[in-house]
Ligand binder design. Structure first.
Ligand SMILES: Cc1ncc(COP(=O)(O)O)c(C=O)c1O
Length: 405
């Protein structure tokens, strides 16, 4: 092909319309600077810094030794679907049978599948914002229209039932949110979710896509609440979860849904044509994760809570930052807009992208701009790092912002 060829025009429109994932882009920048020898502290990635617990790894080794090497059923091994159905009952008060479960290649895959299965061109998908970067792009791929509702800082970044109801139209098909939330760490309480559920109950054409991937990293005394446990709307809630965060299994790629059978069947049909069943070995490991001891999961959650306390304390000491207190997940999400319009003499900071890039270049601390999460005034800082790294990073940030005038 000629070197001057405009390859963009050769790509399908659906790909040209997609944004690149801002989290992955920042992680790439950080890796490049580290390769040049800089002492980069990478707080941009949404990944546990723990290893997968040993008993789960043992189950994977056993699966290899026992010959689980072949294709798997499209919706997942029967024992894993049963373990997930049991987990939904045990932890979430959801009454799904194995036939309601579909296992996929990560929760990201599960979310994308459900949107492909439910959304027709032009259908509206209400997204509670701040939201995980991929939601709006997945909606685009399904030819839907994102309707982004802002949860304000003052309400701990959460959307109210009134706000939600006001955004509903005849074209609304799905409402989606994550709790605990990435990027804010906010947790919708049972009362708040019951309020949302009441609205859904009044609008029979709406489905809820509840992303519960951070379920086990929840610091509230009340713990996690699943909106799918509200009986009036249970058959219209698709609960998404996975192994990545709570079990430190990001690379194993296991996500799953619990949903009404016709939706699960739709996802299975799609998956049957696109990816087939996910990894045999990872599925066997997931069975052990769900049925075996939860002790390592609880220990990791305690560590994240301790780091949350540390990071919030340190961020509150950074002049100009406004920081909420995350109730779950492993992110802090300070409002940094005080510095917009300021400069260190060389670089003018006009928005969160400028800020994140300037921070990386001047301090080698890698974070992610809030813009990709629907929150242009904020900066996402992952707390999945050691106390030393977090303390050092925030000191570097504090020193750097002192140069902005
Ligand atoms: C809110 C949210 N949902 C889903 C995912 C995807 O999880 P998985 O690694 O299982 O695809 C992530 C990962 O960062 C996330 O933050």
């Amino acid at each position: 092909m000629s070197a001057t060829l405009d390859t963009t025009s050769l790509l399908a429109d659906r790909i040209n319309a997609l944004e690149e994932s801002s989290t992955l882009a920042m992680a790439k920048n950080a890796r490049e600077l580290a390769a040049q020898g800089h002492k980069v502290i990478n707080l941009s990635i949404g990944e546990p810094d723990f290893k997968t617990p040993a008993h789960i790894c043992e189950a994977a080794k056993k699966a290899i030794d026992e010959g689980y090497h072949g294709y798997t059923p499209v919706a997942g091994y029967p024992d894993l679907r049963k373990a997930i159905a049991d987990k939904f009952k045990r932890d979430n008060n959801l009454n799904w049978k194995p036939e309601n479960i579909v296992v996929s290649t990560g929760a990201k895959h599960s979310l994308a599948n459900v949107l492909q299965v439910l959304v027709n061109p032009g259908d509206e998908v209400i997204i509670f914002s701040p939201y995980w970067v991929s939601y709006s792009e997945m909606v685009k791929l399904a030819e839907g229209v994102s309707v982004v509702l802002d949860g304000p800082f003052e309400n701990d970044f959460k959307v109210t039932p009134e706000q939600f109801e006001a955004a509903i139209t005849d074209r609304t098909k799905v409402v989606m949110y994550a709790s605990p939330n990435n990027p804010t760490g906010s947790v919708y309480t049972e009362q708040e979710l019951r309020g949302i559920a009441e609205v859904v109950a009044r609008h029979e054409h709406i489905f809820v896509l509840a992303d519960e991937i951070y379920e086990y990293i929840n610091f509230t005394p009340e713990g996690h609440f699943s909106i799918g446990s509200v009986p009036e709307i249970a058959d219209r809630v698709i609960t998404v979860n996975g192994m990545a965060k709570g079990f430190a299994m990001t690379g194993w790629r296991i996500g799953y849904i619990g949903a009404a059978k016709w939706i699960a069947d739709g996802v299975e049909k799609l998956q049957g044509q696109v990816t087939s069943g996910t990894s045999s070995i990872a599925q066997k490991a997931a069975v052990e994760a769900l049925l075996g001891t939860m002790e390592p999961t609880y220990e990791m959650a305690k560590a994240y809570e301790r780091r949350r306390d540390l990071v919030v304390k340190l961020l509150k000491e950074v002049p100009g930052f406004r920081t909420n207190v995350p109730q779950g997940a492993f992110y802090a999400f300070p409002d940094i807009s005080y510095y917009y319009g300021k400069s260190d003499g060389q670089t003018m900071i006009n928005n969160s992208d400028d800020f994140a890039m300037w921070l990386l270049r001047t301090t080698f601390v890698s974070t992610v701009a809030g813009s990709g999460f629907g929150a242009p005034n904020c900066l996402r800082i992952s707390t999945a790092a050691s106390d030393e790294a977090l303390t050092e990073a925030i000191q570097r940030i504090k020193d750097a912002v002192a140069t902005l005038k």
